[in-house]
Design a protein around this ligand. Structure first.
Ligand SMILES: Cc1cc2nc3c(=O)[nH]c(=O)nc-3n(C[C@H](O)[C@H](O)[C@H](O)COP(=O)(O)OP(=O)(O)OC[C@H]3O[C@@H](n4cnc5c(N)ncnc54)[C@H](O)[C@@H]3O)c2cc1C
Length: 498
């Protein structure tokens, strides 16, 4: 292996521990990475792409603007291992792409290094009489729903078909099925993972309890997961109804949503899920809407009777499989996106205040072309909190047994010139809601890694609690003593522990 003294070749790059703020002062490719791409080209032939001829697209425009030295598409865990050997030998930095739905440059498309694109590792194999499935680490949500629907099965997947199960599951994974089964990370029995030294390991609770625990929420700090063995369950079509409301219904809707998120009787209907959205568009102004989800094909699930007493502006019901619901492609690489998040203990007054703060912060920037900001709220339900304790528990450090609310500020816009305006709006919205939450005594330290902004990245693991951070860092050092997967090593994007 080439010694670490090759690092000066990376001059011009800066990486910040705990953060994904990797930036390039220019877009040149280091000799190390040129060498890595040459070697990978020999090994992988047509599965190795140089940017000049690559028609690769990735979800967010900021990631699309990144130019890697080259992109390689492994087909197996052995391929991933071989790629890692080349990258460590040449000491070339890299990023790993699952579904590519991160929103910060360098998170999953490498800035001047090698992008390891897992998209060919997407096989879904049903196991153990339909109780489990082995899912390739580069599969996307719709590929898994589709493969399982064919057997009348499903899994704890997300709401959008093109999101990768890799990033989704390693960070958390809130699902339409979370009220019944919990988050995705608590429904993984086994991981096939390529460690920093190229070893392909099988990780489950009995083989490696510490690494298994760390993978349940530890993100991209431990290895490249080439297969997840996940829980599957019998599932047919589900009921999904989108409703929108007039502004004068807001308080009534928030009352009923608060009940759906917290009331012990309503939440004990484990087939129920609800997502609340407050959205600004240039054509409609601010609109409150909700998605009612029910895991059975019922047109009018009784759990929604109370909220459905409120007259809706529009109501779009559908009964269909999740593969049908999540089918279709999105236009990739054109729109800019920013997510940021906070978690609170349920507070009905805070829901009203959060909407108020959000609209006050959005109004001054409504001239931004393509602006579509959303305030999204989901519950972290009791059953999901209980599932977080199963099989040795997960790394998130969430201590509550009672529901929590996740708040996501998710904004789309068009031009780079407006990045600062959107970042400021997002920062102010989160900071002001947090300040009110602290005043009410309902702030929670947890920040969902998959919804955190780059500006929040440095604080994400602090939200897991000191003891968990120490344990995670210990596991990281044990499995990756050279620090290849750390912010000072080679895999530096997204949210780093060290
Ligand atoms: C439109 C949209 C809808 C969403 N819906 C939901 C939702 O319903 N529920 C929810 O919880 N979240 C949701 N999210 C958030 C989503 O979970 C995160 O953005 C997640 O990180 C995306 O994973 P990815 O594989 O697509 O992204 P990527 O950018 O490819 O990956 C994210 C990070 O994980 C790493 N990674 C990916 N795959 C692997 C792997 N196999 N092994 C090791 N590291 C890997 C990458 O290197 C990167 O650092 C949504 C996001 C978007 C943009």
């Amino acid at each position: 292996m080439r010694p670490a003294t090759c690092l000066p070749y990376l001059a011009g790059w800066s990486a910040v521990a705990h953060g994904s703020s990797l930036t390039a002062s220019n877009n040149t490719v280091s000799p190390n990475c040129q060498q890595a791409c040459t070697e990978l080209s020999t090994l992988f032939g047509p599965a190795l792409h140089y940017p000049v001829t690559d028609n690769f697209t990735i979800w967010d425009a900021k990631q699309q603007e990144v130019t890697p030295a080259c992109r390689v598409e492994p087909s197996t865990a052995s391929d991933v291992s071989q790629i890692l050997h080349v990258l460590v030998d040449t000491w070339c930095h890299f990023a790993v792409k699952g579904g590519g739905h991160s929103r910060h440059a360098g998170d999953s498309n490498s800035i001047g290094g090698v992008t390891i694109d897992l998209d060919r590792i997407s096989t879904v194999e049903v196991l153990d009489n339909g109780t489990k499935a082995r899912v390739g680490g580069g599969a996307n949500t719709n590929q898994v729903y589709s493969a399982l629907d064919a057997h009348n099965l499903s899994f704890v997947g997300g709401r959008v078909g093109t999101v990768g199960i890799g990033g989704f599951t390693l960070g958390g994974g809130t699902s339409p099925f979370s009220n019944k089964y919990g988050w995705a990370l608590d429904n993984v029995f086994e991981y096939e993972i390529v460690l920093a030294n190229g070893t392909i390991a099988t990780v489950n609770q009995s083989s490696s309890p510490d690494l298994y625990w760390a993978l349940r929420g530890g993100g991209n700090n431990f290895g490249i997961v080439t297969a997840f063995t996940v829980r599957t369950f019998e599932q047919g079509p589900v009921s999904t109804t989108r409703t929108t409301y007039a502004p004068n219904q807001t308080e009534q809707v928030l009352d009923r949503v608060y009940d759906l998120f917290t009331d012990p009787v309503l939440t004990s209907d484990v087939d129920m899920g609800y997502d609340l959205y407050y959205t600004y568009t240039a054509s409609s102004g601010f609109t409150l809407s909700g998605t009612q989800r029910y895991a059975k094909p019922l047109a009018n699930p009784p759990v929604f009777d109370a909220i459905n007493q409120i007259p809706a502006l529009s109501r779009s019901p559908s009964i269909s499989t999740l593969s049908a619901q999540t089918a279709g492609s999105e236009t990739a690489g054109i729109t800019r996106h920013l997510f940021a998040t906070l978690t609170i203990t349920p507070s009905r007054p805070l829901l009203t205040t959060a909407l108020q703060i959000f609209s006050e912060e959005v109004l001054p920037i409504t001239s931004v072309p393509g602006l579509i900001p959303n305030l999204v709220t989901y519950a972290l339900p009791r059953n999901a909190l209980a599932a977080m304790k199963a099989r040795g528990g997960n790394a998130l450090g969430i201590e509550s047994d009672e529901p929590l609310f996740l708040i996501l500020i998710s904004t789309a816009w068009t031009h780079a010139a407006d990045d600062h305006a959107v970042e400021t709006m997002t920062h102010n919205t989160v900071a002001r809601i947090r300040e009110v939450a602290e005043g009410l005594g309902v702030a929670n330290r947890y920040m969902y890694i998959n919804y955190a902004s780059a500006a929040q990245a440095a604080d994400v693991f602090d939200g897991y609690g000191e003891e968990n951070v120490r344990r995670l860092q210990g596991v990281q050092r044990a499995v990756d003593p050279r620090g290849v997967y750390t912010s000072t090593g080679l895999w530096r994007g997204f949210v780093k522990l060290l």
